[in-house]
Ligand binder design. Structure first.
Ligand code: AMP
Length: 307
């Protein structure tokens, strides 16, 4: 069972109240692929990098079952670069720099070997490119999940609306859900967004967990209260990777299995934030993941007797 992941592979420079990094490896597809590879392999990666992207990083990914045949390496351009600064609450951040570099002329080509993929994770990327990837599959994947962000909502909203009509699950944070729908209430926002195309909507609320909506149901998953959140970058993409990884592993795309999948996604995200960049994600074992999922179960498990 394979998952195709599309998105950025990038350099990030991050500043949090607790520290600062120079350029480190990031990108939506990097985080999503690392997270998903814990559940299913191969992960078929589609992205673009420049001459400056380290070969060792591609090898590290390959050693985790991430196939990079669909990763274009441009010999005379730099990789996508993003820089952000987190506020004290760590839930909000300002983008300081977005240098598209190689991304500006990315024209993805789905390799023949990726055809037949049943699960497609469209990580945060130019909406027109997300659409191009969907159109290149000879057979529509069984489940298409799409992530996006304020940058694309502001600069490519028409393209985004078009791609929304082609996907099954939209995954955004609360401010993005409000921005897309023009509604403050997340319940009203969900109704509007579900009318725009996707059958399911996931609203991520950082340390306040995540909501899953379909036409008639809503489910809430908490985030694990952690003593130290070091760097939230990539938490959303890691969540996405865990979510789709679980669905692909179990081959079940029902609402009730998506409830489990958002707990798994939340557990993966809770690892991601414990260190800068992808560092923590690269160390976690199956046992660590199982233990953490159990902590989630305990967190929301209670008995109640109505009197
Ligand atoms: P997240 O914290 O999950 O929203 O994802 C952060 C990752 O998204 C970083 O590693 C960035 O490299 C990447 N990123 C930031 N801005 C963009 C953008 N406009 N398009 C695609 N990826 C981006």
């Amino acid at each position: 069972m394979s998952i195709t992941v599309v998105g950025t592979m990038a350099f990030d420079a991050i500043e949090t109240p607790f520290g600062k990094t120079d350029k480190i490896i990031g990108g939506s597809a990097t985080y999503a692929a690392y997270a998903a590879s814990n559940f299913v392999q191969p992960i078929q990666q589609i992205s673009i990098v420049g001459y400056d992207f380290p070969q060792e990083e591609l090898q590290a990914m390959q050693s985790r079952g991430i196939v990079t045949d669909g990763v274009v390496i441009v010999p005379d351009k730099k990789s996508f670069f993003w820089s952000g600064k987190y506020h004290l609450d760590m839930n909000t951040r300002d983008t300081l720099i977005t240098d598209l570099n190689v991304l500006a002329d990315f024209n993805p080509n789905v390799p023949e070997s990726y055809q037949g993929s049943e699960f497609l994770m469209l990580g945060n990327l130019v909406p027109a490119i997300q659409k191009k990837v969907i159109q290149q599959f000879n057979k529509r994947p069984k489940l298409i999940v799409l992530d996006t962000m304020n940058f694309w909502i502001e600069t490519a909203f028409n393209d985004l609306k078009e791609v929304l009509t082609m996907v099954d699950v939209l995954m955004v944070n609360d401010s993005e859900a409000r921005q897309i729908s023009g509604e403050h209430s997340l319940v009203k926002a969900a109704k509007k967004i579900l009318n725009m195309g996707p059958q399911f909507l996931i609203v991520k609320k950082g340390e306040h967990g995540a909501l899953l909506f379909n036409e008639s149901n809503v489910f809430f998953a908490p985030a694990l209260p952690l003593e130290d959140v070091f760097d939230p970058t990539g938490a959303g993409d890691t969540f996405a990777g865990g979510f789709i990884g679980h669905l692909a592993k179990t081959q079940d795309i029902s609402f009730s299995n998506m409830k489990t999948a958002i707990i798994i996604g939340s557990a993966m995200a809770s690892f991601c934030v414990e260190k800068f960049g992808t560092e923590r994600l690269k160390e976690v074992s199956k046992k660590d993941i199982d233990t953490r999922v159990q902590e989630f179960v305990q967190l929301v498990n209670f008995d109640i007797t109505l009197v």
